[in-house]
Design a protein around this ligand. Structure first.
Ligand code: 3PY
Length: 251
């Protein structure tokens, strides 16, 4: 497996899904399907705590990339996710240059940032301590989530700070911040998304997005969004059961 920042810069779309259940078995089962990355959602899944993140990352290691969406732009969470060996972090609600400076500070070792040094799973518990310190900045991804209209307006300053490896659009929160909650196809929301895609292309920074359905994900890939999280673990489960029931009830 290439490291995640390299893979993000590659030409082929990177398809993944959200993990909302704090279960290594669920994450491992998803990884076995061949899904290339898992979005461990610690922002909206109250049961997702650092210990759960560590066991999930461990369960899928070598099969799928793992990106942890931390609950907020916070040193403790970013540090624990990366020390657990996650391939990267997604930091929600980035709105301005100062937010980027904080995120880079927590996620990258000096001289780029001020990530604190531990001896943990990421460092093979000490067996590869120096090697990890040397490669971590380039090998782990800091992904900035753009999901507020304020962030779309501040893109030039957000993109002027070095250290981030990709942007990720949250279309639902973005629609809410524009007074059109849930209306992700609204022309103004779509225009804002296009603005983010164009700015990321101009800066040569990979761009990702959440899509609720496979059809939505296909449309995002078509417009040049290179890494996608489609649906959630429990959404796929409930959808499959509902489909089976509907098929059976047809007789
Ligand atoms: C959004 O669409 O706002 C999201 O953050 C999806 O995870």
């Amino acid at each position: 497996m290439n490291n995640l920042p390299e893979r993000l810069r590659g030409p082929k779309p990177l398809l993944g899904t959200l993990v909302t259940v704090a279960s290594p078995e669920v994450a491992e089962a998803l990884a076995i399907t061949g899904v290339e990355w898992l979005f461990l959602d610690a922002e909206h899944s109250p049961v997702m705590h650092p210990a759960a993140v560590q066991s999930i990352v461990q369960a899928v290691a070598g099969r799928s990339y793992t990106l942890v969406r931390v609950p907020k732009n916070d040193e403790t969470w970013i540090k624990s996710a990366l020390d657990a060996g996650a391939d990267g972090v997604i930091v929600p609600h980035i709105k301005n240059a100062e937010d980027v400076e904080w995120a880079v500070g927590w996620a990258k070792y000096p001289p780029l940032g001020k990530r604190s040094v531990g001896i943990t799973r990421a460092h093979s518990y000490g067996a590869d301590f120096a090697g990890y310190l040397e490669r971590a900045n380039a090998a782990t991804a800091l992904v900035l989530q753009i999901e507020d209209i304020e962030a779309v307006e501040a893109l030039p300053e957000i993109l002027s700070i070095p250290g981030a490896d990709a942007l990720f659009i949250g279309p639902y929160d973005l629609s809410g911040s524009m007074g059109r909650l849930g209306e992700v196809q609204d022309p103004d929301v779509q225009e804002a998304i296009e603005t983010v895609v164009a700015a990321s292309n101009r800066h040569g920074i990979p761009i990702g997005a959440f899509a609720a359905t496979a059809a939505g994900a296909k449309a995002e890939v078509k417009r040049g969004i290179g890494f996608i999280a489609v649906g959630t673990d429990l959404g796929h489960l409930t959808g499959a059961v509902a489909n089976s029931l509907a098929t059976l009830s047809e007789g």
